[in-house]
Ligand binder design. Structure first.
Ligand code: PLP
Length: 365
């Protein structure tokens, strides 16, 4: 196939370390083989550590981040339920769509793309829609680079008897994410961003309260594949482990290795590395006169205005051809107006930051 080596500094996937690729090439075991089950149990234990949660139901859904979104929404919500969904970019918009397809009446909260939701605004919405069962929000909006603070939101929702659903696809492993402390009831992520694993799995976690709510559903979960009432027996190992679907065995090896690498580095050190490299990149870009789109920027995804007179596609093509660096184009209203530079996991190194800055200087000449 002759695949080129790239430096992946776009919105994901990020560069996958050789250690993870080697783990993936280990012999494929049967998905009920005792040794495989040990590895899968270990993945779930490590995921709890990375999500900073005691939630028993924490496991990787066998598909990408969107599957995590569908798994969380279809299990927690029933047709006729109401939900508040916060939209400040592409992925909040997708959550609205997934909720509506599940028969949910959505009260959509919008702020301009690139901005975040102040806690007061969320508090007012909770009062305005007392019948809502849940509020859905994106922690790291990959389309705009906005970093949504979550502290305090879980308490507001729980006081009103509602659930907090969080999209953490671009934050898990790159930004602090304290599932239990922040009162998050259901959360999903992806393997291909700050965990630097290939795309293909979506780590999810459900609080005991969220699980109770799914146990008292009046209707069947509309998706067979994502129904946690069946999945939990396989992942929680509650005695019997029966066939549900054929687990993507080699991807589980990859995730095991990726989580081992995260925990070897340590969560605090890893978050600090992403913060430090974001500051270095930001200082370099700003010294070139390039401005960030969001005021509250993620460390993991740097969304910047394309400088006046620069040819969007030509610059990205030159970065790829001459430097083998991938950066991301703008999405939606930012198409042709913004670039997205990812600093995720294994791609977040000082060498990469300095190289992308030098390469941009060259490509913008
Ligand atoms: N949510 C966010 C914030 C994302 O950035 C992405 C992917 O980029 C997704 C959801 C969907 O994940 P996937 O593309 O892995 O299905």
């Amino acid at each position: 196939m002759n695949i080129p080596e790239r430096i992946l500094m776009g919105p994901g996937p990020s560069t996958v370390p050789a250690r993870i690729l080697r783990a993936m090439s280990s012999p494929t075991l049967g998905h009920l083989d005792p040794r495989y089950i040990e590895i899968m149990d270990s993945v779930c234990i490590k995921l709890r550590k990375v999500y900073e949660t005691e939630n028993a139901l924490t496991f990787p859904v066998s598909a990408t981040g969107m599957a995590g979104m569908e798994c969380v929404v279809t299990n927690l919500m029933e047709p006729g339920d109401e939900a508040i969904v916060c939209v400040n970019g592409v992925f909040g918009g997708r959550m609205v769509d997934v909720m509506e397809r599940a028969g949910v009446t959505v009260h959509r909260l919008d702020v301009p793309w690139g901005e975040i939701f102040p806690l007061e605004m969320l508090g007012e919405a909770i009062q305005r829609y007392p019948k809502a069962k849940a509020l859905g929000i994106v922690h790291a909006e990959t389309s705009t680079g906005a970093h949504q603070p979550l502290e305090g939101l879980g308490n507001l929702l729980h006081d009103a008897g509602m659930l907090l659903i969080v999209d953490a696809v671009t934050s898990l492993g790159g930004h602090p994410l304290k599932v239990d402390e922040w009162g998050i009831d259901a959360i999903y992520s992806g393997t291909q961003k700050c965990l630097s694993c290939p795309p293909g799995l979506s780590p999810v976690s459900f609080s005991p309260r969220a699980v109770e709510i799914t146990e008292s559903r009046k209707t069947k979960v509309q998706s067979w594949y994502f129904d946690i009432s069946m999945l939990k027996d396989y992942y929680k190992g509650s005695g019997k482990r029966a066939y549900h679907h054929t687990a993507p065995v080699n991807m589980i090896y990859a995730l095991h290795e990726a989580l081992t690498i995260v925990l070897e580095e340590g969560l605090e050190a890893r978050h600090a590395r992403h913060a430090r490299l974001h500051r270095r990149l930001r200082a370099g870009l700003e010294s070139m006169g390039i401005q960030y789109v969001p005021e509250h920027s993620l460390h993991t995804l740097n969304c910047i205005h394309i400088p006046e007179g620069a040819d969007d596609a030509a610059v990205r093509a030159k970065l790829l051809d001459d430097y083998s660096i991938e950066i991301g184009a703008g999405l939606g209203p930012f198409a042709g107006k913004a670039w997205r530079i990812g600093l995720m996991g294994h791609s977040a190194t000082q060498a990469n930051v300095d190289l992308v800055l030098a390469a941009l200087v060259d490509c913008l000449e």
